[in-house]
Design a protein around this ligand. Structure first.
Ligand SMILES: *Cc1c(COP(=O)(O)O)cnc(C)c1O
Length: 429
């Protein structure tokens, strides 16, 4: 085995160090496999119960009336999320679009949106109008209230109770930490939060931003009272195969509102040709539990490798996981850059290019990104990025096979070793 790794540039020291870490993770990995096994059966059950057939893999064109594959896929998603309905479309361009759609279609002028878990994901700031933008909720007279998590990551129950008022119509709960350092919420904790909110105001809608969380646990937010779960198909549920798309699974009325907004009032779910790309949605969903498990193993492995080397890792290597994102704080720019160079060099696509920090729109510092993906921008595939500012944290995620995620981490460590950026002697650790 060592020889295969050596052919791809991994030194003996790095190989043996990483093997020792891997040897210590058998129990963790067995737990991840058990979750993936349960989720595989859950997905299979829904595919079978909804009688997915060969005809579902074909597509429609034009208006897309009576698109069997599209309509069946939405039933399959509803079966997995245990919801009344779902909207799963290639016309939903990304996760932000799916979230914007759910919000813009279920809120009306005069309503208030509440986030009880602090600042939402960056791109939602413009959707909400925290940063002014054309077409934001703010432009439609929908206000926004926010209650931050407590310093220990807990819910501010008192603050939340105070923030709920007669105009509060929808509560948005982000499951994953995203690119922040707050803790990721378990589905159980999301359930407690929803219970609390619904006791105060039963008719408020609870939406969960489910990005990066799907199939990490055996239950989803819709199993604990969420009215909608929303996410991207180029993350977990697309299994690395879906080339585009987003989903909203939830209450019939919520999904209907979203469909009328996505297409047109009066048309709703009836139109939207699938153009022959649905087989990738089905196959990706079928693979998603296993792919998510691979990404999770990569995250746990990375936390243990870099934790052992003395870097701050969030979450730390022993913690239970509720999403697939791993942060590693490098403390200095050269190390962050070397890490990303290593991830890039490990990619199946564009491994020969070298990522460089650049001034990306929307960020207040240069950002470096590493991705060599089959689907552009897909972050269920092995990828990493980080803003060039203190604490010089790399956010690492994905890996559609565990073997590749493992190699990516080993290759990143090799890049750090080659540049003399890892302090200790690996053989002594
Ligand atoms: C990725 C992500 C989004 C936005 O998804 P895009 O597909 O990048 O638009 C929203 N929320 C969270 C928590 C995410 O991780």
């Amino acid at each position: 085995m060592e020889q295969y790794y050596r052919q791809l540039g991994i030194s003996s020291d790095v190989y043996h160090f990483c093997q020792r870490i891997w040897d210590s993770l058998a129990e963790r990995f067995a737990k991840i496999d058990a979750v993936s096994e349960a989720n595989q059966l859950k997905v299979l059950k829904s595919l079978q119960e909804n009688q997915v057939s060969e005809a579902c893999m074909l597509g429609t064109t034009g208006y897309g009336y009576n698109d069997l594959g599209r309509d069946t896929l939405e039933k399959v998603y509803a079966g997995i999320f245990h919801t009344e309905d779902a909207l799963v479309r290639p016309q939903i361009t990304c996760g932000t679009h799916a979230l914007a759609l759910a919000l813009l279609s279920n809120l009306r002028p005069g309503d208030e949106l509440l986030s009880p878990v602090g600042k939402p994901y960056d791109t939602l700031e413009e959707v909400i109008g925290i940063r002014p933008s054309k077409g934001s909720l703010a432009e439609y007279g929908i206000t926004y209230a926010q209650v931050d998590l407590l310093p220990d990551g807990g819910f501010d129950w008192e603050g939340i109770e105070k923030a709920i008022n007669e105009r509060t119509r929808l509560v948005t709960i982000q499951r994953s930490k995203g690119y922040a350092t707050r803790p990721t919420l378990s589905v159980e904790r999301i359930g407690e939060l929803i219970d609390f909110i619904k006791k105060i105001k039963p008719d408020v809608l609870c939406m969960v931003d489910n990005c990066y969380g799907e199939f990490v646990e055996t239950i989803e937010p819709t199993d604990v009272g969420a009215d909608m779960a929303v996410g991207s198909l180029i993350k977990n549920p697309g299994g690395g195969i879906a080339p585009i798309g987003g989903y909203i699974a939830g209450k019939k009325e919520c999904v209907e509102n979203a469909a009328f907004r996505l297409t047109s009032p009066g048309l709703g779910k009836e139109v939207g040709a699938s153009l022959g790309i649905l087989s990738g949605f089905y196959e990706g969903l079928f693979l998603a539990p296993n792919v998510t498990a691979s990404a999770l193993k990569g995250a746990v492995f990375a936390a243990n490798v870099y934790g052992r080397l003395g870097f701050e890792v969030i979450p730390d290597g022993t913690k239970e996981r509720y999403d697939i994102i791993q942060a590693v704080c490098f403390g200095k720019p050269e190390a962050l850059i070397a890490f990303c160079e290593g991830i890039q060099a490990a990619s199946p696509v564009d491994s020969h290019v070298c990522p460089e920090p650049w001034a990306m729109p929307g960020y207040d510092s240069d950002v470096i990104m590493a991705a060599g993906a089959f689907v552009s921008g897909s972050s269920i595939e092995l990828s990493a990025d980080g803003p060039l500012k203190y604490p010089y944290a790399a956010y690492f995620q994905g890996g559609i096979t565990w073997q590749h995620a493992k190699f990516g981490i080993m290759r990143s460590l090799q890049a750090l070793v080659d540049k003399g950026l890892v302090l200790s002697e690996l053989q002594n650790l």
